[in-house]
Structure formats: structure tokens, C-alpha cells
Design a binder for this molecule. Structure first.
Ligand code: FAD
Length: 441
């Protein structure tokens, strides 16, 4: 190999952001491997126009070096202003266009090649990596970026034991097949809202139940938006102290007439450092007790989506329940599900046409069905993070092996880096990480 070659595995948003950043840097030629298309991934493959981004166009650039890239692109296509929440499908068009643009620009500097395939193994040679595809083809590279994305959701045992199938909310055909009756959605986050809005538009769907342990649903973005906060909120590297100071600051802001959303936004830049400064025990405590509160305040819904979800709740079409499922079974063409409400002992019965799993990606990679992940863990090329969220990485996103050592240019990006950085799934963090990896290649 005469010129550096980097392979990026996975071609959702993270893979495209990493591949295009590296290609633009002209440091290496890049091969982007995708098993199911290039640029849309799980989030931006939906065609449903009711599925909006949960971040304004002004902060959705795919490029760390060009903050208004998406806003300008959107304006050129639709005339819409940077404050809008565009459809996720439109955003997928944009990501694909950034890929095409980077491919054209890289033609003279070594190239950015898209290769359809399923990477099944990654092994180290001396100074290079060998990536093997399911087809048997091998590819050599000086560096690898794992952009494997959102692992599949896990199926709660109460459903698997009873052989009650759960519908994948991103499987459009399975969603279409849901018959007449009530529907139960497991989980109450942004995915639940998307699914509830889609189902509510169908006349044969009756009541939509959403069930999660605490019944907390996403809060709403400020409308109109306020300018980005100028003073960052820095918190001490101890969970209890940080929480105490954060609450005090929210109270003080509220007395000044400032909305709580700004407090969350003010700590955004400092979150990875705060997370990294916590002990593993404190990180686990956060996940156990605070995660749900963090998620609903940090991952907020677009105002339009929020108010439509509120309308559904006010009309009784959507009922959000706090509790857990205790049993499930098939009864004729429907499913009988018993759940216990939070804090109560009584069992409540639902009879539903389908149960949709909106609980989100399971980041415990020991349970990943991806042969590449299993091979890397089994051969000690990677290990899972102590919190159970994704791979263990150093502060530069280099994958640590079973002994905790980095191994040349092997990086990870996207949701599988949640244990290492916590903030790892939204576009602003992914594009910054892509630029940082590209600078290290
Ligand atoms: C429904 C939803 C809505 C979101 N909305 C927003 C938003 O509005 N704003 C925002 O900032 N963020 C949003 N996010 C978060 C963020 O943008 C996504 O998590 C992001 O798309 C992550 O991209 P990814 O490439 O890491 O993962 P994925 O989209 O999961 O893509 C990974 C790709 O890699 C492929 N792959 C995996 N393993 C292999 C292999 N071994 N070989 C070949 N290919 C492989 C997969 O098949 C997949 O195509 C949203 C996320 C979701 C799920």
C-alpha cells in the first residue's frame, strides 16, 4: 500500500461523517463499507413526513468545519429557514448529498469509495488491518473506524418466554401489518412519539398505550429558540455535587426568568468531561437513577411534534402508563398483556393488536448479533465499557483491547461510544468526533 488507506465500517450518519471528514482532510483514501445503503442509517431512513428531526436545522450540519452546511442546503432546496425542524427523510437526502460531494472532491486525492458489504471480521497484521466481508473478500487498511451504529433493541424476557412477537418500529412493512385494535408501545421516548403519531393517523388503530417504568416523556424545545447560551455550566466531577449544583443553578435561572432548557444546553459542551471524570460506580448510579430524567430533558421534541403528542394524550388516543409488563400471551388474533403500575400491586389487563418495541438500541455489545462485534470481543481486539454501554475506548476514541491497550489506528464513533463519552448519538457530537478522528489519522 503506497498511500494510507482507512476503512470505515458502517454507513449510517456516523460512518458518512467519519469517511467524508477523512477524505476531505486528504490524509488517506477511504473505503466506506455499508450493508444496507449509504447515508441514512436507522435514523434517516424513514419516509414518514411526520418524523421530524429533534434538532433545529441550524445545528444539524454534518460538517464540523461548516456550521451552516445543512441550513444552507435546506434553504436551497426548500426555502426554509434555519430555525425549522426538517423531516428526517430530508436530512437523509442531505447526508447522501454530502457523501456524493465528498466523493467528487476526493477523486483527485485518492478517493472515497463506497463498498456494499457486511464486514464480519477485523484482524491486525503488522502495521495494517485486514477487514473481511461476508462475501469472503479481504481488504487491507492502515486504519479502521467502527461506525456500527445502533445495535438492535433487546426483547424483554416476558415477551420472549411467551413467544409474543414485538414489532420493530423501523420495519415499515411490519408496522403496516398491524391490524385493527389497541396497540401497546414499550418505551416512552422520542421513538414512542414518532410511532404514536404514525399509528394515530390510521383509522383502524384505537387506543395507543405507551408503557415505561416511570412514564416520563420527552419535554419540548424552546419556541422560539433562544440564542446559544454564552456561559457554560461547569459542574464538579462528583455525581451528587454536580446534581446539587445543577439544581441550584436551575432554581437561580428560574428566578431570573430563564427557562430550564438553557441550563441543560449550558452543560452540553462539558458533559463528556464530566462523564469521564465520574468513577464507574458513579456512572452506573447515574444510569440507574438519573438517566431517564437526563434523557427526557436533554433529548427534547420539536414543538410541533410535542403539541401533536399532547393533543393525542388530551383526547385519550394516547395513554402513557408508568409500570412494567408482568405477563403476555397470544389470545386469538390479539395479545393479552398484564402490567403493574408503578408503586401499585394490582395487575391491569390490556388486549392489543400488536406490541411495538420502542425501547431503543441495546448497547450491551456482548448481546450484539453482529459477527464483527462478536469476533473482536472473542479475540480480545476490543472489550466492552465497564458500564455495559458500547466499546471501551481511550479519550481519543481509540478502541481498547482486552488488556486495555490501544492498537494503532482502530477507532469507534457513534452510539457504540456511549460508555466512553456519554454524549455520542446526536449529530453535533458525531460530527465533532469525526473531525477529531480525521485529525488523528
Ligand atoms: C429515530 C432516531 C431519530 C434521531 N433523530 C436525531 C435528530 O433529530 N438529531 C440528532 O442530532 N440526532 C438524532 N438521532 C441520533 C443520531 O443522529 C443517530 O443515532 C445516528 O444516526 C447514528 O448513526 P450511526 O451511523 O452511528 O448508526 P446507524 O444509523 O445505526 O447506522 C449504522 C450502519 O452501519 C451498518 N453496519 C453495522 N455493522 C456493520 C457491519 N459489520 N458491516 C457493514 N455495515 C454495518 C448498519 O447496518 C447501519 O446501516 C436520532 C436517532 C434515532 C434512532
Amino acid at each position: 500500500m503506497t498511500r494510507k488507506h482507512v476503512v470505515v465500517v458502517g454507513a449510517g450518519f456516523s460512518g458518512v461523517a467519519a469517511a467524508t471528514a477523512i477524505a476531505r482532510s486528504k490524509r488517506a483514501r477511504v473505503t466506506l463499507i455499508g450493508r444496507d445503503g449509504f447515508g441514512r442509517g436507522l435514523a434517516y431512513g424513514t419516509k414518514d413526513p411526520s418524523h421530524l428531526l429533534n434538532v433545529r436545522a441550524s445545528n444539524m450540519s454534518a460538517r464540523a468545519d461548516k456550521a451552516d452546511d445543512f441550513a444552507l442546503w435546506l434553504h436551497s432546496k426548500t426555502g426554509k429557514d434555519p430555525g425549522v425542524f426538517a423531516t428526517r427523510s430530508r436530512y437523509g437526502d442531505y447526508v447522501q448529498s454530502t457523501l456524493k460531494q465528498a466523493q467528487r472532491a476526493a477523486m483527485l486525492s485518492g478517493g472515497l469509495k463506497c463498498l456494499e458489504g457486511d464486514a464480519v471480521s477485523c484482524r491486525a497484521g503488522s502495521g495494517w488491518w485486514n477487514i473481511e466481508l461476508a462475501s469472503g473478500r479481504g481488504i487491507e487498511a492502515n486504519g479502521v473506524v467502527l461506525a456500527l451504529g445502533n445495535p438492535p433493541v433487546s426483547i424483554p424476557v416476558v415477551f420472549s418466554d411467551a413467544s409474543v412477537p414485538l414489532v420493530d418500529p423501523w420495519d415499515a412493512k411490519a408496522m403496516q401489518r398491524i391490524g385493527k385494535g389497541d396497540v401497546l408501545l414499550l418505551g416512552a421516548g422520542l421513538t414512542m412519539i414518532d410511532v404514536a403519531l404514525s399509528l394515530a393517523a390510521r383509522p383502524r388503530i384505537q387506543t395507543i398505550y405507551a408503557l415505561s417504568r416511570r412514564g416520563q416523556t420527552p419535554r419540548v424545545h424552546l419556541d422560539p429558540p433562544s440564542p446559544p447560551p454564552s456561559t457554560p455550566l461547569e459542574l464538579p466531577p462528583n455525581l451528587s455535587d454536580a446534581l446539587h449544583l445543577f439544581r441550584r443553578e436551575v432554581r437561580a435561572m428560574s428566578e431570573r426568568g430563564e427557562p430550564w432548557q438553557l441550563a441543560v444546553d449550558r452543560m452540553r459542551g462539558a458533559t463528556p468531561a464530566l462523564w469521564g471524570g465520574l468513577s464507574v460506580e458513579q456512572q452506573r448510579r447515574f444510569l440507574r437513577h438519573l438517566r431517564v430524567w437526563w434523557d427526557v430533558h436533554r433529548h427534547r421534541a420539536a414543538p410541533e411534534i410535542f403539541s401533536r403528542a399532547q393533543d393525542l394524550q388530551n383526547s385519550g388516543k394516547l395513554r402513557v402508563l408508568a409500570g412494567e409488563v408482568v405477563s403476555a400471551q397470544k389470545v386469538g388474533r390479539h395479545y393479552e398483556v398484564f402490567h403493574r403500575q408503578r408503586g401499585g400491586r394490582a395487575r391491569h389487563r390490556l388486549e392489543v393488536a400488536a406490541v411495538v418495541n420502542c425501547t431503543g438500541a441495546n448497547l450491551d455489545l456482548t448481546r450484539s448479533p453482529d459477527p464483527l462485534v462478536q469476533q473482536m470481543l472473542a479475540e480480545g481486539l476490543a472489550r466492552t465499557h465497564a458500564t455495559g454501554l458500547g466499546f471501551d475506548l481511550d479519550e481519543n476514541a481509540r478502541v481498547l483491547d482486552a488488556r486495555g491497550q490501544t492498537q494503532g489506528s482502530l477507532y469507534a464513533i457513534g452510539p457504540i461510544t456511549a460508555g466512553a463519552f456519554w454524549e455520542s448519538t446526536a449529530v453535533p457530537e458525531i460530527r465533532a468526533r469525526a473531525a477529531a478522528i480525521s485529525a488523528l489519522i
